[in-house]
Design a protein around this ligand. Sequence first.
Ligand code: RTP
Ligand code: MG
Length: 147
Amino acid sequence: MERTFLMIKPDGVQRGLIGEIVSRFERKGLKLVAAKFMVVSRELAETHYAEHQGKPFYEPLLNFITAGPVFAMVWQGDNVIALTRAMIGKTDAVDASPGTIRSDFAVHTNLNLIHGSDSPESAAREIANFFSPEQLVEYEHTVQRWI
Ligand code: RTP
Ligand code: MG
């Protein structure tokens, strides 16, 4: 089953939206595999956002993502990468569909509350950047056993 890396960014933590956001993924029926409340180092931020190096928003993005604590998570489920990207919404809150996290709670592109992996390759890379293999917890997810 597919896994993805999701991270509530410093603006989401500061605004007290961890519970609201996590709740949406729980209610969707996705399985939480790992979670960590942490401050991202400059080095980890550079690794995580390596694909954006050289872009005009790269330096502000690094400053933002290291500015306060984040809530890093791994979630699992069928199609979890596409599903969570859809639930998060488009990068710019103006383009995000109503009902998505960014539409419901964000105003600006650079304060868009949450990161989600955009492909199986980036998910594997990002999970490995933030978690060691033993931090990915194996357990029975009861919702999958109701029927
Ligand atoms: P994320 O990686 O954070 O999940 O967001 P995303 O896939 O929707 O957007 P991406 O293109 O990967 O950009 C990463 C983050 O950089 C900031 N950004 N600013 N000013 C701009 O034009 C611009 N474009 C991107 C956003 O914070 C975005 O989430
Ligand atoms: Mg991205």
